[in-house]
Design a protein around this ligand. Sequence first.
Ligand SMILES: NC(=O)c1ccc[n+]([C@@H]2O[C@H](COP(=O)([O-])OP(=O)(O)OC[C@H]3O[C@@H](n4cnc5c(N)ncnc54)[C@H](OP(=O)(O)O)[C@@H]3O)[C@@H](O)[C@H]2O)c1
Length: 352
Amino acid sequence: MNDPVIFLLGATGYVGSQFLVFLGQTLSNLSVRALVRSPTKDRETWLQQTHPNLIIIEGSLDDTELIEEQARKADIVINIASCDHISCSILSGLSKRSMDNPKEPPTLLHISGTGILSDNARGEPLVTPKVYSDLDLDLDSLPAENPHLQIDIPIVKAGISKEHHVRTAILFPGFIYGLVIGIYVIEGIQKKPTWARLLLHFAKNTGHVGMWGRGLNTMSIIHVKDVATAIMTVLKALLDDRADVGSEGLYFVGCNEIRPSWLDITSATGDYLYSKGVVSQAGTRPYSDDFIQSFTAGNLSRGVYSDGWHTFGANNWVESDRLTKFGWQPVETRKNNFFDTLKASLEIALQD
Ligand SMILES: NC(=O)c1ccc[n+]([C@@H]2O[C@H](COP(=O)([O-])OP(=O)(O)OC[C@H]3O[C@@H](n4cnc5c(N)ncnc54)[C@H](OP(=O)(O)O)[C@@H]3O)[C@@H](O)[C@H]2O)c1
């Protein structure tokens, strides 16, 4: 087979841009077609310098025909754009490609999140800690209303279907933090840590930094560089045909060695934003029910968080057993913990 063609969604994102840096460094022979919704000159330059074999496909996640067509032309689709959008057009494109060429089933590498495990604890700590392993993860056993499952379950179904077979792998990162390397100097495409963008957005809307309930819930966290190396690890295993796929192609990406609570995270954030004059009170306090009911992050590129309880008020702890099997380790998370990167992350988020 010729070098595979990758259709990449989310190349300009927080996680996607770090992944593209690593992809360009180690697999520059692959052809990358990157979906970009607003390809400014600066973005085009950065994308093409970062991966020498990249072409830009201008379009949005709502362009379902375009997405289906591009997925049909690709050997591998990597979706780091939004885990709650468009998988059906990706899947139908890949399924058509599989129909065209059943001997070489195409591949979908999809990035979801540990929100699938949400225990709806509403800011309370775990009474009986449950650490999920990806070795025996069954998505159908999780509460159906949990985030991302509506997209992830059909992906696994496509991955186990014998008809128009698609190889599927889903990565589930925990809370991602840390600074992306390599692109801070280019104006207009600075990638700000998503958590910092969100907390700042909420703080500006309410006048204070806040948490969901008592904020005693915790989750596995992970540095953005380790998420990018995890995606690379699974991609390389897929290329060598040794990856776990289908019902086994479910990979947690997290580290349990440092597990700050939302109280810790938002207290430190509140103190810092207060010191910068952004909010009028230091520290954190629970957000009001009204805010939690009504808030969305609609003006952020991530889209809408209509249920913050699941995202910010829950516990989810994971062991990355499958990635460990492939030699991956959370190297950067061990070197730079969340609090080491907090100020620099907020400073960048404040530059908007
Ligand atoms: N960050 C976390 O803590 C975390 C944790 C677990 C899972 N995840 C998942 O990881 C994925 C990536 O997250 P992230 O933090 O990297 O998000 P992000 O920084 O907001 O990046 C999102 C990417 O998708 C693109 N995109 C978004 N909406 C689009 C649209 N309508 N049309 C075309 N492109 C669109 C963005 O393009 P623009 O550059 O043009 O905005 C950007 O490239 C998401 O599925 C997220 O749920 C994230």
